[in-house]
Write a protein that binds this ligand. Sequence first.
Ligand code: ADP
Ligand code: MG
Length: 569
Amino acid sequence: MPQIRILPEDLRNKIAAGEVIERPASVVKELIENSIDAASTQIRVEILRGGKGLIKVADNGTGMDMEDAILCLQRHATSKLQNEEDLFNIRTMGFRGEALSSIASVSKMRLVTGLRDSSSGVSIEVYGGEIREIKDSPSHGTSIDVRDIFFNTPARRKFLKSDSTELYHIIDSVTKEALSHWEIGFRLFTENHETMSLPMASGPRQRIVQIYGLEFIEGLQEICSDGHGLKMIAFVSKACNFRNSRTNQFVFINKRPVKDPTISHAVYTAFEGVLPRDRHPVFFVFIEIDPKRVDFNVHPAKREVRFDNKDEVHRFVSSSLREAIKGERVGYTEPLAEGRPYSSLDTRCLPAATIEGPPRESKIFWGISNAPDRISENLEFPYTPSIPFVYLGDTFVALSGKGGLTLIDHHAAHERILYENLLKGVNLHPIRLLFPLHVKLSHMEHTVILANIHLLSEMGMEIDDFGHDTLIVRGLPDALNKSDIRGILSDIAAAIMEGTKPGRSLKESLAARIACHSSVRGREILSPEELQGLISDLEKTESPEQCPHGRPTRIFFSLDDLRKMFKRK
Ligand code: ADP
Ligand code: MG
C-alpha cells in the first residue's frame, strides 16, 4: 500500500516556494529530517570531501516499499500532507515533498530501502533526476547516497566553498538535528573516520553534554517552564559565562532548528541589566507549541516560523528566563536594576569590594592629584601621580595635554594593541601553563580549530589535539585570561566559520576576535602606570585611532574645538 501521493496543484501553490538545496549541508539536513520522520532510532551520516564527493544518510526507520520508493523521487510527492488543513497542523519535519526530487535532480543518487517488517527491498539509481536502474535489494530502513552534487549544474557547483567550509556547515546541520532529537543515536563519519558518535540520550541535558562536555553545561542553568499552551526547556548562560559573539545560540520550535528573532530577542530581554555591553549569552531554547499556533510554511528550507501570537511567546520566554536569571543572582550584593540599560561590565566577575556602593555609572574616579583620598579608597592601589587623568565610569579615561582633551576607551585601546601584537606575533609574553587545560568542544569547534592550529600558534596559543573533540591548551598570551579559555576557543571557531570579510585575512579576523578577550575587561580601573603603558603602546600601533572592530580608541578635542563648542569663536 503506497503511503506517498503527489500533492494536488492548489496545495502545492500554498507551499513556500524556493530553493531547498543550497549546499551539501542542506542535503544532509533534509535526509536526516526524512530519517527522523521515518521514526528511526539510529542515523548514520557519511561524508567525503565536504559532501562534494559523497553524502550518505542511512537509518533504521520504517523504510518504503517499491512503489513508494519510486514515487518519493517525484516533485510534490509526500506521505506527510493530505490537505490544506494539515498545513496548519504540521507534526513532521518535512511536508513539502520536494527534498528528494530536488536532491535527485542535481546529483547521482542511490536509494536503497525496505520496509521494517519485510524481507524484500529495492535499490534505485538516479542520475540527474532520471531513474537509471531499479533492482531488488533486501534491506531494512533506508539508505541514500548522494554523489557529485551539482555535477549537472556547474554554475551552482562553482558557488560551493572549500571542502572544509562545506564540512563545517554539515557538522552544524548534524549538530542542530542531534540537539533536538536526543532520543535518536547519531554517528558521523568524515573521510571514513568516525568523527562524532552520539548514543541515544535521555534528554537535552545529556545530549548537550555528549556534544559539548560536562564543563560546558556547568556554565549553563536549566530552566523549565509551562503555561499558555507553551512548554519550554532552556539552557542559558550563568552569569560570568558570556561570549563575545553569538555562538552557541540555538532555538528549536517543536524540535525544528530555526532562526527566530522573537525568541532570541526574548532571551536578550531576560538578560537585560545583567549582560555586559558587547557580550552575548549562550542559549539552547527548546519550545513546544501546539502546531496550530505556529506556521512552519514560511521558508523553503523551513528555517523560520510565524507564531499566531508572537507577543505572547515573547512574554512567556522572557519572563520565565528572567525569573530564573534573577534567582541565580541571589546572594550577590548588587540588586538587579529593572530595565537598566546593558551595563558595560559583568559585575558578578568583580571582587566584592568594587560591587558595593552606588551604581557604577554614577561613579567618577579622579586620578588627578587634588583628590588622592578617593583614589586610594576606590581603586585600591597606591597613587603616584604621573599623568593627569580622570576615569569616567569604568571604560573612559579623560586626559589633558597636547593642547586639548583626549578621551580614551581603555578597552578599545587595549584591543587595538593586543590585535596588532597577535598579528605580528610580538610582545605576547606567552605563559606556559603549569597544568595544561583540557577543553572539550563541540565537534564543529574542534574540527575548525584543528584545521587552523598553525595560525593560533603564531599568535602565542600553544594548543594540541587530545582526540574526542578535546584540545589541550598548554600556553596562552599573558593578556588572555585562562579561565575564559572555552569562550575564547568558541569565539575562534565562530570567526573561522563565519569566514573572512572582503579585504581581511583569516588571521586578521582571528586576531580581532581573540583581542576582544583581552583581560583588561575584567580588571576595570587601570593604575596610572598601567594607563601610561597603555597610551605609549597604543601610540606604537599602526592604527592607534581604532579598535579592530572599527570603534574609536580615542577622541581628541583641541582647545580650538572646545572654544567652538563654547561658542567663544
Ligand atoms: P517530505 O519529507 O516533505 O515529505 P521528501 O522529498 O523529503 O518530502 O520525501 C518524500 C517522501 O519520501 C516522504 O514523505 C516519505 O514518505 C518518503 N521518505 C523519504 N525519506 C525517507 C526515509 N528515510 N524513510 C522512509 N521514508 C522516506
Ligand atoms: Mg523531507
